[in-house]
Design a protein around this ligand. Structure first.
Ligand SMILES: [Zn+2]
Length: 469
């Protein structure tokens, strides 16, 4: 039985889906005005592991992640770069997809954009106004926090405390400093949409309420995000959605801890951050994912190149085993079936993951497994191929499909394939050189390949190659 920590109840709860046929997850996505940093990558990867583990357990999962493409920061960037907000978001959306693909994050079912859900957003604000949870002041619409008596429940704050701590914003239109914007009146030169309150654009919080409702319904299973979003963003989402729909919003709230640098929170405003793409230039996606998985998802994690390098090194143990096993599998040997309780490893893996996603223990189980298989291989002669098949299946189901920390293409089998493709490419270039009577180049290609142990054999049918190792 899977148990997860619910930020709302502040306890570890059994996970019981609302509908066992389909689990619905909403994850707050990026504001697309820049490359995302490695701290955001931690949240995205951990949410990906949650989703993959639910799929491992046999659930069908509907996963939604929004893209915030209307925002003050986007407008600021578009002014700085002297181009439209649309052009800015288009570039960073495509960069976002490049980076999550490199990080081996499974695609969401839908990536709703705020700009494509204006009518849903406007409808929800109208509904809130009708139910007297919202008020319009000169084209600016605010949420009336005092009207929602559960406000503060998620973050564990009470309204009085919040009010005394709130910065007094110079905004005479708000009735209360805690009230937040649902609709912002258009300023000169800013992108705007028509609405019953005049031209303007939505606040940030309302887009998640409107889009989660549109794609997952009034109530859904898991809402996830970075822990910096608990207050005010998720608190405000609850206030909006529950007031508008008069139904519970979310069953389980999951939050991912900060990634710190030198024990300090990583943030754009502090200037102490690395983008995910910078880190991906130095370390493999598998090493980055393992570095994240080795820490408890809710707690803070200190960014450490040392730990990343050691994750990279540790992963070689898995890759080496996969190479060895693939070689043996090719022989398809029938022989000794050594005593090996592989089920106990599945059980330990599942027990770790079921215990509030204890991924660091799950990683340890995988390394124990690798060690045990190596021991068996070293101590047994003439092993039956079925053992090797079971080893690959285990690693595929756990280390690859759930944690995403093995790259089967990086193993020797993948290298062979790559080498084959590269030699074929060189043969093609040599043939073209010959056709262009550039014999100097065609001979150089042949001679250099020979030095590397690749013999080219020309015949009427074309050129073949042989690798002498
Ligand atoms: Zn959100």
């Amino acid at each position: 039985m899977l148990k997860i920590y619910n930020t709302f109840s502040k306890t570890v709860e059994e996970f019981i889906p609302l509908d066992p046929n389909e689990i619905k997850i909403y994850m707050c996505g990026p504001t697309v005005y820049d490359y995302f940093h490695i701290g955001n990558a931690r949240s995205f990867v951990m949410a990906d592991i949650v989703r993959r583990y639910l799929e491992y357990k046999g659930y069908k999962v509907k996963f939604i992640m929004n893209l915030t493409d209307v925002d003050d920061k986007i407008i600021k960037k578009s002014i700085e770069e002297k181009r439209s907000a649309n052009e800015v978001t288009k570039d960073y959306i495509s960069a976002f997809f490049d980076d999550i693909t490199k990080l081996k994050i499974k695609k969401a079912d839908v990536y709703p954009k705020a700009t494509e859900h204006m009518s849903d957003i406007i409808e929800m604000i109208k509904n809130l106004e009708k139910r007297q949870f919202a008020y319009n002041k000169n084209g600016n619409v605010f949420y009336d926090v005092k009207k929602f008596n559960k406000y503060g429940k998620l973050s564990g704050k009470n309204i009085e405390e919040l009010e005394s701590g709130a910065r007094i914003e110079i905004n005479e239109e708000k009735k209360d400093p805690l009230d937040f914007s649902l609709w912002k009146k258009a300023k000169k030169g800013e992108p705007y949409w028509e609405s019953p309150w005049g031209n303007g654009r939505p606040g940030w919080h309302i887009e998640c309420s409107a889009m989660s409702c549109k794609h997952l319904g009034d109530t859904f299973d898991i809402h996830a995000g970075g822990s910096d979003l608990i207050f005010p963003h998720h608190e405000n989402e609850i206030a909006q959605s529950e007031a508008a729909n008069n139904k519970p919003f979310v069953k389980y709230w999951m939050h991912f801890g900060f990634l710190n640098i030198n024990e300090e929170k990583m943030s754009k405003s502090l200037g102490n951050f690395f983008t995910a793409r910078e880190v991906l230039k130095k370390y493999s996606a598998e090493a980055i994912r393992m570095f994240f998985a080795q820490a408890y998802y809710r707690g803070p994690l200190n960014f450490s190149e040392e730990l990343l390098a050691s994750a990279e090194k540790g992963l070689e143990k898995i890759t080496n085993l996969v190479d060895k096993v693939n070689d043996e599998l090719k022989k398809n040997n029938s022989g000794v079936k050594p005593e090996f309780d592989i089920q106990s490893f599945y059980k330990r893996f599942e027990e770790s993951m079921d215990e509030d996603l204890n991924t660091s223990q799950a990683v340890a189980v995988i390394f124990d497994f690798v060690k045990e298989v190596n021991r068996i291989i070293a101590s047994t002669d003439n092993i039956d191929a079925s053992l090797y098949g079971n080893v690959i299946t285990f690693l595929t189901k756990t280390a690859d499909n759930v944690l995403g920390i093995v790259d089967f293409n990086k193993t020797a089998a993948g290298d062979d394939k790559l080498i084959g493709e590269l030699v074929k490419l060189l043969i093609k270039l040599r043939t073209e050189a010959k056709q262009n009577k550039n014999y100097k180049l065609s001979d150089t290609i042949r001679d250099r390949l020979k030095e590397l142990g690749v013999d080219l054999q020309d015949s009427k049918e074309g050129t073949n190659y042989k690798i002498s190792k």
